[in-house]
Design a binder for this molecule. Structure first.
Ligand code: SF4
Length: 179
């Protein structure tokens, strides 16, 4: 039998939560159980955060280009064997690099909505800030309007939760204040 898992994360390569535990342990456990009757492989993004100790031992399988609307995106494919399981890694800096976290202009880094927005998707960051720095999301103004608009309601619900009351009370509160 052939079995292919496709996921966003797997231990020990990349982990933010429980999915990484499952994809890091289940394929190897199935392989141990089924032996040669099972050909099991896992597909993951090649995140920039994956340790060099794994990257250095990956083998390049192939590379190709994928047409995505008006963009022609590079896609590299690497493999790595671990516990009799073949892991494949999809390489694309545009989608799996660290720009989401690291490539923020100062305007975003000092923005009060950074915690909720984090600059938005890196592919949409093609405006300049008022200071002339590149990398600002073209939907920034819209993001700010949305965050300003919903903030009082979020604050109300947070307060209700902190006082052990249902956050759905916001509905009645919203009707009373007639925004
Ligand atoms: S709202 Fe605008 S300035 Fe603030 S983090 Fe988002 S994109 Fe950056």
């Amino acid at each position: 039998m052939k079995l292919l898992f496709v996921g966003a994360e797997a231990l020990p390569f990349a982990s933010t939560g429980g999915l990484a535990d499952v994809l890091g342990s289940l394929p190897a456990a199935l392989k141990r159980d089924q032996g040669d009757d099972l050909d099991i492989r896992v597909v993951l993004p090649l995140y920039q955060s994956i340790s060099e100790k794994y990257r250095d031992k990956m083998e390049k399988v192939t590379e190709y280009y994928v047409q995505l609307s008006w963009r022609n995106q590079y896609c590299g494919l690497y493999s790595y064997e671990l516990n009799d399981v073949t892991y494949y890694f999809i390489d694309n800096e545009y989608y799996f690099g660290r720009d989401k976290m690291d490539a923020l202009p100062q305007q975003c880094r000092s923005c009060k909505w950074l915690f909720a927005c984090n600059g938005g998707c890196p592919k949409d960051r093609f405006l300049k800030t008022e200071m002339g720095e590149g990398g600002l999301n073209y939907m920034c103004k819209g993001f700010m309007q949305i965050f300003e608009r919903v903030a009082p309601y979020m604050d109300f619900m947070k307060n209700e939760l902190q006082h052990q009351r249902p956050p759905a009370n916001v509905m009645e509160w919203a009707r009373e204040i007639k925004p």
